[in-house]
Ligand binder design. Sequence first.
Ligand SMILES: [Cu+2]
Length: 239
Amino acid sequence: MLLKVIAIALFVFIPIPTVINAQSTRKPAARRVVYACPMHPDVTSTRKGRCPKCGMTLRPVEATPSPAPSPTPAADAALTFSSSKIPNTHILDQYGKQLNFYDDLIKGKTVAVNFIFTTCTTVCPPLTATFRKVQQTATERGLDVKLVSVSVDPVVDTPERLRAFAEKFNAGQSWTFVTGEKGDIDALLQSLGVAVTNKNDHTPMILIGNDSVDYWTRAYGLSPPSRLVDLIAEAASKK
Ligand SMILES: [Cu+2]
């Protein structure tokens, strides 16, 4: 009984000063705005600007002290994304063929999806070159993976433009470039958690998944191709 009382007393009283301390030290810091790269949390600045690693526009974040390193984006996103979030949007591929996004490109498949626009001069060319290397390496390793590149600039990126872009990067078969009506594509991007108001802010994140078992993860699109293929192989192996 006495032990119980002590235990309860400890439980009730000990955390309180800790909480008060944490709040009082955190409050002044939270008012200071710091800009950070959405893909590279280690890149921070006190001013607006672009990430020197990937060219993304830095976004304001609250300068709260982060006592422990947060879980990796991959582990994080794996918990919050599922096939049920993927809409069956009417889209056009690089040949101008009408497809349904989920039914034709995702359903029952192992996929890697990235987000690009053909007039991008910063992150899209290396992102696409990385995807090309991923496709080659995956093929060498006998992996059946479909690649999908969704345009974040569907008004400019007609199927013809996407096809020329695909050819420029020597995209192989089973790599679909996606465009469509702006409203439809915007809604698609929103559902996939990658909507941006400015196309130049688009994410270099890749969505990797195995729809047949509803396994999803995210990765930095400029990771070494072999690392991305490892993640794809892991997704494909899920039963
Ligand atoms: Cu880009």
